[in-house]
Design a protein around this ligand. Structure first.
Ligand SMILES: Nc1ncnc2c1ncn2[C@@H]1O[C@H](COP(=O)(O)OP(=O)(O)OP(=O)(O)O)[C@@H](O)[C@H]1O
Ligand SMILES: [Mg+2]
Length: 535
């Protein structure tokens, strides 16, 4: 062999060695192996035949593009791994050099028939990985018409070992990638299942509007999308944020909440973005800041609408570039956090008025979740009350089981401007007031709430057109709406009579208690009872 050819082969060995370490995917490796071998061995064709163990068949994982017709014919072609020289090399584990293929009885003509080409001479070497034989590499028809030399054969043998290992690595890598993708899908599905099974834990919500909230929460939990939770005070914004975090892939990471309205500007800045020791007076040590502390988890920015403009710019950088610049430092630091924010303001109108950066708004509001106020989902009130009673009773070690009907009616009728938190506080307070009784009554409910329900009821009654149907039993006043002469005074009398009757019944006729509940003195109530002839 010439020195020139030697150099070319050394070069090939070197190139392939580099490629084997740099490339790991089969679809990149195979064309390279085939092309380089063809060049170095001056052959018409080179084929890698891999073994399908389950079926004990050879198949062609890659066919060179150069001959597209042949490529198409070979792409689905398989044959028994016991046939021909390929089969022989595989089963014996030894390489072969055949100089006159067509006159050799061991020749299997199936492949030639498929390609339409005639194999004159060939060399073939088994590919043995650490796990055993994985296939063969076959080099056919030397271009100069002469048979392959012994040197050619040795060269192929030398190469086949590293080709086998490279192919095996590629296979293992592909398997690992596939199983990773499978696991990722499974985890995604499981998380979603878990999220919907948990119904986000302790969150109550039975109506259509809350069903939509739960649906959005499930979707949000399945990704790392930036979420904005909107809703009045006490509607459960933080609960939603925690629920999403707990059901998300970041569940094992921290959930760190910060109320942007609760801190002076400079303090908020260093709390969120961190500072370097000495960045300002009093900065006695490095402080990583919330975004770095929450690595792998979630940062929850409550009342994000209150964030001062300078910090809005810094937050934008976190969301857009995933980096923070701590106070007193000039180089940004990468952070890996999910940002969720909440607001009880109309952020859109803040944007219009220039109080909130519009670029930041569109970044934080990619996935908005709007929480309905409690007055729009009154159906949940009894369940919430029941749940809070149970919780408060346990915590306060009281034998309380629930509220009586009259007080539940007040819970139902009240407008709850403070939403769920107000219900919770009211229940806590009532349980705290309770003694040994198991049922809580009107007397345990705050006067302000009772009063506002009473006022609402009275206005409702007056505006009701149906005043004639239910005059108070034994009322001295003749009230009739038919003649159009119903006066406000009369209407009020009807209401008062009805209200007092009801209240007295609930208080088992106890005038003192009823008076207290109405916010009247005992004497005043007695006067009204007499006036309306209620006894
Ligand atoms: N759907 C719900 N089911 C049960 N409890 C709830 C629900 N929503 C909220 N709560 C409870 O109500 C209270 C207020 O909720 P949360 O703090 O999440 O409201 P918020 O919207 O963040 O209020 P604020 O605007 O005042 O910060 C919490 O104690 C929470 O546990
Ligand atoms: Mg909150």
């Amino acid at each position: 062999m010439t020195g020139e050819a030697d150099t070319a082969r050394l070069r090939l060995l070197y190139d392939l060695g580099c490629a084997f370490t740099a490339r790991i995917e089969l679809h990149e490796l195979l064309p390279l192996i085939i092309e380089k071998c063809r060049e170095a061995l001056m052959a018409d064709g080179v084929a890698v035949l891999l073994l399908d163990r389950a079926r004990n068949e050879f198949f062609f994982p890659y066919v060179a593009e150069t001959d597209s017709e042949v490529a198409v014919r070979l792409s689905g072609y398989r044959f028994s791994a016991t046939l021909g020289f390929a089969g022989l090399a595989l089963t014996t584990g030894k390489s072969l050099k055949i100089d006159d293929v067509q006159h050799d009885a061991r020749h299997y003509p199936g492949t030639d028939r498929t390609t339409g080409l005639a194999t004159r001479n060939l060399i073939v070497a088994p590919l043995n990985s650490l796990q055993g034989p994985i296939g063969v590499i076959e080099v056919v028809n030397r271009r100069d018409g002469r048979p392959f030399s012994e040197e050619d054969l040795h060269f192929l043998e030398a190469l086949s070992g590293s080709i086998a290992i490279a192919l095996d690595n590629a296979r293992l890598y592909a398997e690992a990638r596939q199983s990773e993708a499978r696991l990722r899908t499974q985890v995604g599905v499981l998380r979603r299942d878990l999220a919907s099974q948990l119904r986000f834990d302790d969150m109550v919500g039975t109506g259509a509007s809350m069903a939509e909230v739960f649906r959005l929460m499930e979707t949000a939990a399945a990704s790392s999308i930036t979420v904005l939770i909107e809703g009045e005070t006490g509607t459960g914004k933080e609960l939603v944020a925690r629920g999403i975090h707990r059901a998300s892939a970041r569940a094992d990471g921290p959930f760190l909440a910060m109320n942007c309205a609760a801190m002076p500007e400079t303090l908020l800045e260093s709390e969120l973005f961190g500072h370097r020791r000495g960045a300002f007076t009093g900065a006695i040590r490095d402080q990583p800041g919330l975004f770095r502390a929450a690595t792998g988890g979630t940062v929850f920015l409550d009342e994000v609408g209150e964030m001062p403009p300078l910090m809005q710019a810094k937050l934008l950088r976190v969301i857009e570039q995933g980096e923070v610049v701590p106070l007193g430092e000039s180089t940004p630091v990468k952070v890996d956090v999910r940002v969720m924010s909440a607001t009880n303001r109309e952020l859109r109108s803040d944007v219009k008025q220039g109080k909130f950066r519009s670029d930041l708004f569109y970044r934080i509001a990619v996935f908005p979740i709007k929480l309905p106020p409690l007055r729009a989902r009154r159906e949940d009130i009894p369940i919430l009350v029941q749940r809070f009673v149970k919780r408060a009773a346990e915590r306060q070690h009281k034998p309380v089981a629930g509220f009586d009907e009259a007080s539940m009616a007040v819970f139902d009728a009240y407008d709850w401007p403070g939403n769920i938190r107000e219900v919770q506080n009211e229940v806590e307070r009532a349980v705290a007031l309770a003694g040994e009784e198991s049922q809580l009554g009107l007397e345990h409910i705050s006067t302000s709430i009772r009063d506002s329900v009473a006022i609402a009821e009275s206005t409702e009654t007056i505006s009701s057109p149906d005043l004639t149907s239910a005059t108070a039993a034994g009322s001295q006043e003749e009230v009739s709406g038919n003649n159009g002469g119903t006066t406000f005074r009369k209407a009020r009398a009807v209401f008062e009579a009805r209200f007092i009757t009801g209240l007295l019944a609930r208080c088992d006729g106890n005038i003192s208690r009823a008076a207290k509940l109405m916010g009247l003195s005992r004497v005043q109530l007695q006067r009204k009872i007499k006036e309306y002839g209620l006894r």
